[in-house]
Design a binder for this molecule. Structure first.
Ligand SMILES: C[S@@+](CC[C@H](N)C(=O)[O-])C[C@H]1O[C@@H](n2cnc3c(N)ncnc32)[C@H](O)[C@@H]1O
Length: 288
């Protein structure tokens, strides 16, 4: 039984980071006419109300997208994300937040394909009614980890994969690593984005190194890792610490432009989305 619902977290600092990188990657793919296939192994509902009970339980978007909404001086990739979110809202008031399928849908062209996997029946239903009838889009209620193999390589040999589990199950860490390895085995040029939580948990701490080793072994064009820390570990739990401190996005076979595009974005986000004085960011890449 899946308990995780992304509606509680939509538009938070982690979504802002992930969707900024996703939009940059898809815009890069659009520089060539040849069609691409986008595979979202953990697609969620596709879009979320920020006015409902879920989003306002902890108001996470208020510490995320809402802080950027009217902020002057945004670096270009963040201005682009805000523009995409404004378009999704159909106006200047922040009422809804797009999920990764909606970002991909906004950027897809007639020749591109979306393959969206979501296991939760409610989120699958919402996603299906939103995008299920759109030409070029397939929405499936099946295990995205297991389905990935069948989607690669895409017929045009241009593919972007987003692996964005909730890490609600400890097995998600192992399956994420296996999915990256498998994707690169089948298609060494696959542009794979993996979202990673920053938690005080051994599995979370080890995963970036493991993904880097997998990409070193299997990716044609190396990797990039962008990390954003916004919150402090809680100490009211006997010192163990819990809660999301931040997150990162790992990219195998990143576009050659991505590192330079993210350089001004990460320090800007660390400042704009900080929840404590020690907020920080890091950006590294293979061979760097
Ligand atoms: C972090 S959310 C996805 C958010 C979405 N990618 C976005 O950026 O808007 C993770 C989603 O994966 C779903 N899920 C969990 N295990 C899954 C699996 N094995 N295959 C497909 N979906 C799964 C959950 O129900 C949840 O909606």
């Amino acid at each position: 039984m899946l308990a995780y619902r992304h509606a509680f977290h939509a538009g938070n600092h982690a979504d802002v980071l992930k969707h900024t990188v996703l939009a940059l990657v898809l815009r890069y793919m659009n520089l060539k006419d040849k069609g691409w296939r986008y595979v979202d192994t953990h697609a969620g509902a596709g879009g979320y109300s920020l006015e409902g009970e879920y989003a306002n339980k902890r108001g996470e978007y208020e510490q995320g997208i809402a802080r950027l909404w009217n902020l002057p001086g945004l670096p270009a990739p963040l201005a682009d994300l805000v523009a995409l979110v404004r378009a999704f809202n159909g106006g200047a008031t922040l009422k809804q937040y797009p999920g990764s399928p909606a970002i991909a849908h906004a950027l897809m062209r007639r020749q591109d394909q979306l393959r969206l996997f979501e296991l939760h029946p409610t989120d699958h239903k919402v996603l299906s009614s939103y995008l299920g009838e759109t030409p070029g889009v397939e929405v499936k209620m099946s295990d995205g980890f297991a389905a990935l193999k069948s989607q690669l390589p895409p017929p045009t040999r241009r593919g972007v994969v987003l692996i964005d589990p909730s890490y609600e199950l400890k097995t998600d860490y192992v399956r994420t690593l296996a999915a990256l390895r498998e994707a690169l085995e089948r298609f060494p040029e696959a542009l794979v984005l993996v979202w990673l939580p920053q938690l005080q948990l051994i599995e979370a701490a080890q995963l970036p190194q493991r993904l880097k080793a997998a990409a070193d072994a299997g990716a044609k064009k190396g990797w990039l890792h962008a990390r954003l820390t916004v919150a402090q570990a809680r100490t009211d739990d006997g010192g163990r610490g819990f809660g999301l401190l931040g997150s990162s996005v790992f990219v195998a076979n990143p576009p050659h432009t991505l590192f330079g595009e993210l350089q001004p974005v990460l320090p800007f986000l660390a400042q704009a989305l900080a929840q404590f004085d020690g907020a920080k960011s890091a950006l590294d890449r293979s061979g760097g």
